[in-house]
Structure formats: C-alpha cells, structure tokens
Design a protein around this ligand. Structure first.
Ligand SMILES: Nc1ncnc2c1ncn2[C@@H]1O[C@H](COP(=O)(O)OP(=O)(O)OP(=O)(O)O)[C@@H](O)[C@H]1O
Ligand SMILES: [Mg+2]
Length: 296
C-alpha cells in the first residue's frame, strides 16, 4: 500500500477540469469509465509502471470541501488496511493538481455489467462464494461497506471478483438513501432509516446474490412471493436457498449477525447445486476459496 502517513492535501491549488488525454502527474487519462454518487472513474495509463489503472476522482464539490477531504482521507486509511484477494487494492491515494486521486487496478467490467449477460450457475456460485468471503474479511476487521451493489464488484481475469468502495458511501450520505429511480436498490430497510450495521451489509450482499441467481431484484417490503423465487430455486440446493432468504430477511435480527457468520454457514454447504454437479472444497484445502467441479 502506498498511502503516505500524512496525506498532504493542497487545498488552495487550482483545480483543472479533466479531459481524456490529460495528464495527472504520471497518469495519462485514457477514457471515462463511469460516474457514481460523488466521483468520476477514468481508465488511465501509469506511464512509469507502464500499466493501466482506474482513477477514482471525487467531484470538485467534495475535493474542495475541507470536511469532505478529511472524511475521504479517513476512509482511504481504512481501505488501505484491507488486504484480501477479494477486495480491490488501493494502490495510491494523493492530491495531484488539486484533484484527490484514488488509484485502483483496472478491472474488465463490473458485476452490474456482467449481469446483463447469461452466466453459468457454477460461475455465479463461485462469484457468490468469493464475495461473501471478502465481506467476511472486512467485517472481521470491523469495517462496514455500506454500499454493496453489483457496480461495486469488479471482475478480473481468471474468474476473480473484487469488492471496492469501502466506506465511501458515508461521504455521499443522503444521496444514496433513495436512488434516482426512487427505490432503495440494495440498501437494507434499517440502513435507509439511518441505521447501517453489519446486518445491513449482509442484507445487501444477500440481495445481490438473489439478483444474480434469479434475475430479479425484490423491493421493499419484500413480501412473498418474491419475484424470481422459482428461478432462484431452480437447481439450487435447499440449504443455499435458505441461506439467501435468511440474509435478505427484512427484520435485521433474523439475518446473520455479520458476514463472518454468513460465510461460515456458506462454507458448510458442500453441494451448492441440488444435482451435486459442483462441490465446495473444504476451506483447509483451498487457497483460492473457489468451488471446483467434481470429478465424476
Ligand atoms: N477498478 C475499476 N476497474 C474498472 N472499472 C471501474 C473500476 N472502478 C469503477 N469502475 C467503473 O466506473 C463506474 C463508476 O464507479 P463509481 O464507484 O464512481 O460509481 P458506482 O459504483 O456506480 O456508484 P458508487 O458511487 O455508489 O460507488 C463503475 O460503475 C464501473 O463501471
Ligand atoms: Mg463504486
């Protein structure tokens, strides 16, 4: 991790607007990847290391606001402590020409993009296992995510999926309680009321997994029958269906207390599919924590 102990911010430096082709120190902007609640993400070339990266640059209204900059720095320090194969590593964070720049490895696409295409069940389950493991690691370190959704999971080669944007939701507070469409999206009911906790992260990741396996996103108040429930169950083991339902229970106390508990329950499911065509290798034997196809 390359975050210096004191992130020096030049608050009075003039802020240039950014366009593709522009340079920010050693980074040359290649293109815009997208915009979120408070920042724009660019693909860029690190001209010294000669490799592509993703630059996340908060909008001027955040980077020129002293309180937001302090909050950003606090979150960056938290992110810098997370070191796990399923969590997108923050490679660098500093102010360049008045822009607060966070540098991450460049992924292929987001899980949100991926969900627009068909995916084999075994692959989806492999992703789900990696995702819960990553969140369990963060919860073990007592770090909440607060904004678990498909766009915050980035896909890499070799079937790797990584969670990004830890804690940043706190900075755009208010703006994410109700998304532009007027729905809660993946946010737990109690979090929407201003009470986020480990159980709300569990809810959000449960809902992402539900969406991955059913193609549908249930909405508040999550009354039965949930949309896509028949498709969710199709081919899935009963235990896995029960685990997902427990994670997305509208009542926080009925959910797993945190992602560690959810991960432990998930690891116990040896056969995630009802036809037993894939088997979860015991945690002690696996290094990458991926499910593998059973050799017949
Ligand atoms: N490391 C990365 N590699 C590749 N693409 C990325 C990366 N990080 C972000 N993106 C792209 O940039 C887009 C915008 O990201 P950003 O985090 O600003 O918004 P978001 O995830 O949609 O919402 P939020 O602000 O709530 O996190 C993402 O949807 C994704 O398409
Ligand atoms: Mg994001």
């Amino acid at each position: 991790m390359l975050v210096p102990p004191s992130l020096k911010v030049h608050r009075d430096a003039p802020v240039r607007s950014l366009r593709v082709g522009a340079r920010l120190d050693k980074y040359k902007l290649i293109g815009r990847l997208g915009e979120g609640g408070f920042a724009t993400v660019y693909s860029a070339m690190d001209t010294i290391e000669n490799r592509k990266v993703a630059l996340k640059i908060p909008d001027a209204r955040y980077s020129s606001n002293v309180q937001s900059v302090d909050e950003l720095q606090r979150e960056v320090r938290i992110m810098a402590q997370l070191n796990h194969p399923g969590i997108l590593q923050l490679k660098d964070a500093r102010t360049i020409d008045g822009h607060f720049v966070m540098v991450f490895p460049l992924g292929n696409e987001t899980l949100g993009d991926r969900l627009t295409r068909r995916t084999a069940r075994a692959t989806t389950i492999d992703y789900a296992i990696q995702m819960v493991d990553s969140l369990a690691y963060a919860h073990e370190k007592r770090v909440l995510h607060r904004d678990i959704k498909p766009d915050n999971f980035i896909l890499f080669d070799e079937g790797k999926i990584r969670l990004t944007d830890f804690g940043l939701a706190r900075i755009q507070q208010g703006s994410h309680d109700l998304s532009a469409s007027g729905t809660l999206g993946y946010i737990a009911p109690e979090q929407a009321m201003g009470k986020p906790g480990y159980r709300s992260d569990v809810f959000s990741i449960g809902l992402v997994i539900y969406r991955m396996l059913s193609g549908e996103l249930p909405e508040y108040p999550f009354a039965a029958p949930l949309p896509g429930y028949a498709r969710l169950r199709k081919g899935l083991s009963k235990d896995l269906v029960a685990l997902i339902r427990k994670a997305i229970d509208p009542v926080p106390q009925r959910r797993f207390r945190d992602a560690v508990a959810m991960n432990n329950a998930l690891k116990k499911i040896r056969y995630p599919l009802s036809d037993r065509s894939i088997v979860q290798v015991a945690a002690t034997q696996r290094t990458t924590r991926r499910s593998t196809r059973r050799v017949a």
